[in-house]
Design a protein around this ligand. Structure first.
Ligand code: SF4
Length: 311
């Protein structure tokens, strides 16, 4: 029987980190946006939507990359200086709104930062550093060797930052390669922008192997004709990843086992509904709880206490 949900690496990571945090994210927050939501559900939903600063910067850089590349693909190149200015102005405004220094936008929810929720406002200087970091990442992205190469062959780009729901070997998964490119020789190149500070090449290869698995099945291309390019920003470095059937098989097994572990606590595996108590919290006193966004509803605002249960 298949899982009643779509698997992704982020889902797997969260489940591996803390099952109770996973429950808050995927079950406890459900329908928390509705006006009739009960206060706890509404609060869990609000906390789920908080953004970490580096996560937010990464999202902005990915969106900027997609905007530039779509402009090239559609033969309507972006004015990159104007794009940079808008990116930084919008980011500055988002920070001012989040800090209560500017009115909330008329449309769309404002960005809310986890740091502010935790009472860790880095102050004016800290936010200026954040904006400088964003400018650096944008500038490095625009001159990155991988971006330069894509500019030379815009017509070969097949997919740009498109989230897909796919079925692979009976499993349902999310895949979202940043860029999928025809290599001009019957193969494919998968580009992944990495905006964090450090990356383990083996972990990156496993993450990208899911994309290779999908490309091999949907395009009928042998997996050894598919390459991954992990492009790091800030910086100008990139890492080339080769795939083979052993790596893809290992990732397929991992996804299968991960899904089985996530389905096991569900009372009815055909329905994606779960009681909170079925998903274990981390041990009392675990340092991971100190920086968890769900400390309040979990009952860990005081780190010595036990989390709440719905049982
Ligand atoms: S506070 Fe701790 S136990 Fe509770 S969800 Fe967060 S990490 Fe898990």
């Amino acid at each position: 029987m298949g899982a009643p949900f779509l698997w992704s690496w982020s889902r797997h990571r969260l489940f591996s980190h803390c099952q109770r945090e996973y429950w808050f994210h995927y079950y406890g927050a459900r329908n928390g946006w509705r006006p009739e939501a009960d206060p706890r559900t509404a609060e869990i939903y609000r906390l789920k939507k908080l953004s970490g600063r580096s996560q937010w910067l990464g999202l902005l850089v990915h969106e900027a990359a997609a905007t530039v590349l779509r402009g090239l693909l559609w033969r309507r190149p972006e004015d990159e200086a104007a794009l940079r200015a808008t990116l930084l102005a919008d980011a500055r405004q988002a920070i001012a709104i989040a800090r209560g220094q500017a009115p909330a936008p008329d449309r769309g929810p404002p960005v809310r930062f986890l740091a502010l929720e935790l009472g860790e406002d880095p102050g004016d200087a800290g936010w200026e550093e954040t904006l400088a970091d964003l400018a650096l990442r944008f500038d490095d992205l625009m001159v990155h060797p991988v971006m330069r190469r894509l500019r030379q062959v815009p017509g070969r780009m097949i997919e740009i930052d498109r989230l897909r729901k796919v079925r692979l070997d009976g499993l349902r998964l999310y895949v979202a390669p940043d860029v999928l490119v025809d290599d001009g020789e019957g193969g494919r190149v998968i580009v992944d922008w990495k905006t964090g500070r450090s990356h383990d090449p083996e972990v990156v290869a496993r993450q990208m192997a899911v994309y290779a698995w999908w490309v091999a099945q949907y395009d009928g291309i042998p997996v050894d004709r598919i390459k991954g390019l992990q492009a790091n920003v800030p910086g100008r470095e990139h890492l080339t990843v080769s795939f083979d059937s052993t790596l893809v098989d290992a990732v397929r097994s991992l996804a299968t086992e991960s899904i089985a572990a996530m389905v096991a606590p569900l009372p009815d595996p055909r329905r994606d509904q779960a009681p909170e108590s079925a998903f274990e919290p981390r041990p009392v006193g675990d340092p991971a709880c100190d920086r968890c966004r769900f400390r309040g509803p979990c009952g860990r605002a005081d780190p010595r206490s036990d989390p709440k249960s719905d049982s």
